[in-house]
Ligand binder design. Structure first.
Ligand SMILES: [Zn+2]
Length: 465
């Protein structure tokens, strides 16, 4: 496999020849008159959230993940460079190498705070506080499923152990978060009771975790808003993506008063993972562009995703947030026309914020004359609007027969231009001006005829260039 975060840039090896990069036309993408703009809300933290990046903890639970020490350090440095607030690491109690890696990353002197994620157990806590981490994330299952089938403890035991572990970690002057596991299938009264207890003894954060990915945005909003009224500490949230709600749930959690969101690069994690870093950033830049662009080095996102994709041997999905190969590609003629006039017509995110280029696809039967006109200008040819429209009709004729690439379209344009400048009214594009027999044959005959037509095009283009 050859993972690549995007075909949208010159550095990618992806074949993107059919698309036309545009530049210098970045308009205002965030319309201040948007009637759906959120109203001021005293609960909402969409303008002041923090990211707890868990690629090196949750991500290590991804089926394909195996990070050696060097790779962990490389990923930790890249996350730090991107600007995440926290980096969460696998429990040092998991294995001897995990402990050594945790210590090594703590010694890097990164700007991001280093956390490790442990079970709510004194044995794990004793190991964790010796690694040099800035904080410990403690977790215990509170749902009846986990209490009965996982650790087998009741709520009294959970209260007692939580207090013991929290006070021990606090005595080492490092941050402590207490989280339930499978929060959305836990009894509300149990949750609020344990969170109130740990808040009163001084945890920095409580955590809500949708461990099985069952929560909907509305359920998230209701639970976080209720919790916000019970505790005074920060609220961290962790959303799995089993039903496709991980980004929406994170956003709703912030609207309801959560302060921290767990992410991983490309969303890698247990099963199909958690809120992806790129997806969260895409959502949040629409909510508050100034906050997001001032905090995070967005142009590093693609390299960061490529680094992790390569490490876990996956490809970047075609429809990935921001970096998917067609995330900023416009094809239909009516879209292309509007995008060429003002990109904010069909884009809510400006690709330039991420160092990514916008493309207009101009080699299909859907191509409009505005896209062809733009290409004519790029080729530095002189054609009127009427001529661009006639030339577009020729592009459409051939595009109805077979897939085109940028060279095909450039050939048609150049030939058309040659004809009008020389007064030559001969149909240079044999089989295009008179498509019926030849083109039909190409369509039926498949590759050889199509290749022949292409060769004619190339030869004719060569003549007029
Ligand atoms: Zn998880």
């Amino acid at each position: 496999m050859s993972p690549t975060a995007s075909g949208n840039g010159s550095s990618s090896g992806n074949d993107k020849k059919d698309f036309q990069p545009l530049s210098g036309r970045h308009g205002p993408h965030l319309n201040s008159r948007n009637p759906y703009q959120p109203l001021p809300d005293f609960l909402s933290n969409v303008n002041s959230f923090k990211i707890i990046e868990s690629t090196l903890r949750e991500g290590e639970q991804f089926a394909n993940a195996f990070f050696d020490t060097a790779k962990k350090i490389e990923i930790a440095k890249a996350l730090d460079d991107f600007g995440v607030d926290y980096i969460e690491l696998t429990s040092p109690a998991a294995s001897e190498q995990s402990r050594l890696d945790c210590e090594a990353i703590c010694k890097l002197g990164l700007k991001a705070k280093i956390l490790t994620h442990i079970r709510c157990h004194m044995d794990d806590a004793r190991i964790a506080v010796q690694t040099g981490v800035d904080g410990v994330d403690v977790v215990i299952g509170t749902s009846s499923f986990l209490r009965e089938h996982s650790h087998g403890k009741d709520m009294d035991y959970i209260h007692k152990t939580a207090i013991e572990v929290i006070e021990f970690v606090k005595s080492h002057n490092i941050e402590i978060r207490f989280s339930s596991e499978d929060s959305f299938r836990s009894e509300l009264v149990d949750l609020l009771s344990i969170y109130r207890t740990v808040d009163q003894i001084g945890v920095n954060r409580v955590g809500i975790a949708d461990t099985v990915g069952c929560a909907s945005p509305r359920q998230v909003y209701d639970l976080i808003r209720t919790l916000r009224g019970v505790v005074s500490c920060d609220i961290e949230t962790h959303f799995h993506n089993d039903t496709g709600c991980a980004v929406a749930n994170a956003y709703c959690a912030l609207e309801a008063g959560a302060t921290h969101i767990d992410t991983s690069v490309l969303g890698i994690g247990e099963r199909n993972g958690i809120t992806p870093l790129g997806g969260l950033v895409a959502r949040m830049i629409v909510a508050d562009r100034e906050y997001v662009t001032s905090k995070y080095k967005l142009h590093k996102l693609r390299d960061l995703e490529n680094l992790v994709a390569e490490a876990v041997e996956v490809n970047i999905p075609f429809n990935n947030y921001i970096t998917g190969f067609c995330a900023f590609t416009h094809k239909a003629g009516i879209h292309a026309k509007a995008i060429l006039a003002n990109p904010s017509t069909y884009e809510i995110i400006n690709p330039a914020d991420f160092g990514i280029t916008r493309y207009v696809h101009f080699a299909s039967r859907l191509t409009g004359w505005n896209a062809i006109k733009s290409r004519v200008e790029q080729l530095d040819l002189d054609m009127t609007d009427a001529q661009c429209k006639e030339c577009t009709a020729k592009v459409k004729q051939l595009a109805d027969v077979r897939p085109l690439n940028v060279d095909d379209v450039d050939s048609i344009i150049r030939q058309y231009h040659f004809n009008i400048k020389t007064g030559n009214d001969q149909p240079l594009l044999k089989g295009i001006d008179h498509p019926a027999p030849g083109i039909q044959e190409a369509a039926d005959d498949g590759e050889p005829a199509a290749k022949r037509l292409r060769t004619e095009l190339d030869q004719d283009a060569a003549k007029c260039c």
